[in-house]
Design a binder for this molecule. Structure first.
Ligand SMILES: [Zn+2]
Length: 267
């Protein structure tokens, strides 16, 4: 491809200075990256501020990143808010990239009361809030963004026709508008289910273990539907690039014994 053209706004004359991560860096992705010229700076900045930041800074992802020790771009792991008991104090639990953990009084807490508690009491407990996933619509747009970028990456890797199969394809205009401008469907339904524990260690052929933070694939069904399927921290999500329904994916799962397209040979 010689000419730059944005897969979201279809502009070819904006700035294209950034390389776009298909899965945000803050989820540990350093390998699935689109070259310059595929997502313009205008769209890239919009997604960073309005879609990725609110999803990744949500309580759900902050806690998950803290537990699994995934640093952000600045190599920080976000602390999580906890409440102590029996002395009720707002505390923060921090993690370092080296695996150390520390606990301290939050800015709005009485530090003297915290010091008093840890020095005078033999034991105290901390309570973790258990957050839900961020709101459905925002999270669906996050999935839609990654779906189109993953499709672009697949086409580029195969030396395919980015214009014919993505940019100029009218069947993809609905998801394009939904991801980038929030237009169209009120609710873009996606599938989600837990595949494995968040801290599951996979074993390699040579016996070494590794963590899979995210893994994705594109699935073409017999009904000619295209699905983006991704596992993030053990949860599988699937979204239909052709429309806001997920029935075709559920049918596919039924005829494939519920196996994830990410692990066609089982896990
Ligand atoms: Zn753009």
């Amino acid at each position: 491809m010689t000419q730059y053209c944005c897969i979201f706004c279809k502009s070819d004359d904006r700035e294209f200075t950034s390389r776009e991560h298909v899965v945000p860096e803050s989820l540990g992705n350093s390998e699935h990256i689109l070259p310059r010229g595929i997502v313009c700076d205008w769209c890239n900045n919009y997604f960073a501020r309005k879609v990725e930041a609110p999803v990744l800074n949500s309580a759900f992802f902050t806690q998950a990143r803290n537990r699994t020790g995934i640093p952000n771009k600045r190599r920080n792991i976000p602390p999580i808010d906890v409440l102590s008991y029996p002395v009720a104090l707002h505390l923060q639990l921090a993690a370092s990239t080296g695996g150390d953990r520390s606990i301290y009084a939050a800015n709005d807490s009485d530090n003297d009361a915290f010091v008093d508690m840890i020095t005078k009491r033999k034991r105290f407990s901390v309570v973790f809030p258990v957050p839900k996933l961020p709101s459905g619509r925002l999270f669906a747009r996050f999935l839609a963004m990654m779906a189109l970028e993953a499709w672009a990456k697949t086409i580029l890797d195969a030396n395919g026709d980015l214009h014919g199969d993505l940019i100029d394809k009218p069947e993809l205009d609905e998801i394009r508008g939904f991801a980038r401008f929030g237009t169209g469907a009120d609710a873009w339904v996606y599938a989600s289910r837990r595949l494995y524990a968040e801290d599951h260690h996979f074993v390699d052929d040579d016996g070494s273990t590794f963590d899979v933070l995210h893994e994705y694939t594109l699935l073409y069904t017999d009904a000619n539907e295209l699905y983006f399927v991704i596992a993030i921290l053990g949860i599988e999500f699937a979204i239909n690039l052709g429309g806001p329904e997920i029935d075709g994916y559920n049918d596919w799962l039924k005829s494939n014994a519920g196996r994830s397209p990410l692990y066609p040979n089982g896990m």
